[in-house]
Design a protein around this ligand. Structure first.
Ligand code: 6GU
Length: 245
């Protein structure tokens, strides 16, 4: 899968995404990440990419021309017959979820557009953007951190990026449950023992215990998610009876 990130600060992107799991996936050729400097496409002789907002108000607005030409250059550079999905990172959008990450991971090419200042001229957004995405209800100084969050979450759902094929599907948020607690050596640390069931070697019991812990943790920490889980996993009469015993 190929990520194309349009930004005024390409070094922010390349610095962060060339390390760890994502960096290794790039080196292995599973994914590619190209950070495109919008400023390289300005037609202004002073390299300007922003201007004052029509109607007045605080701050500057990114101009349509450099953004549009940078986007066009991506299509031409990758010889794409049709425009790929183009995601604009903005707090004025639905909040990004794991389901969206899985869906976007199906694309061969993805363009991510990072805004700065007071935003981007609406007219170019109307021309090129297919998806508006926020990463949460708070305001960042620019879209770069959000683009990196989305890139990381999407990339790890691309086959081959994670070494363990199962680890992408048996984790937090899969099926609307948070993940169960994990333990590693030593068996006793700071006077605290590892839950004995994890040392039992009984995989069925371990799985059942982990599911209970996941449910309890979700109920306590994310009651909103737990409500969805309960709605989608109605308790059967048989299980109810077992519980009541
Ligand atoms: Cl995508 N951009 C900015 N600037 N702020 C945000 C955001 C995005 N998501 C949450 N806050």
């Amino acid at each position: 899968m190929h990520f194309h990130i349009l930004t005024l600060f390409p070094e922010m992107i390349t610095q962060a995404l060339n390390t760890s799991i994502i960096g290794r996936a790039v080196q292995r050729g599973c994914i590619s990440i190209d950070a495109v400097n919008i400023r390289d496409y300005t037609a202004d002789r002073h390299n300007k990419t922003d201007d004052y907002p029509y109607g007045g108000g605080a701050g500057m607005v990114m101009q349509a021309q450099p953004v549009y030409d940078a986007w066009k250059a991506v299509l031409q550079g990758a010889a794409l017959p049709r425009p790929p999905r183009t995601v604009y990172l903005t707090p004025q959008a639905p909040v990004f979820t794991q389901d969206m990450a899985k869906e976007l991971a199906q694309e061969e090419h993805l363009i991510l557009l990072c805004g700065h200042y007071e935003g981007i001229d609406e007219r170019v957004l109307e021309e090129i953007v297919t998806d508006y995405v926020s990463i949460g209800d708070y305001v960042l100084t620019g879209g770069e951190l959000a683009a990196m969050v989305v890139t990381d979450a999407v990339a790890r759902m691309v086959p081959g990026v994670l070494s363990n094929a199962l680890s992408g599907s048996t984790e937090s948020l899969e099926g609307n449950l948070l993940e169960y607690p994990q333990y590693t050596r030593p068996e006793i640390w700071n006077g605290k023992a590892v839950p004995s069931i994890l040392l039992s070697g009984d995989h069925a019991k371990v799985d059942a215990w982990r599911l209970e812990m996941a449910k309890e943790r979700t109920r306590q920490r994310r009651p909103d998610l737990y409500a969805i889980y309960e709605r989608t996993h109605p308790v059967t009469e048989k299980k109810k009876k077992v519980r009541e015993r």
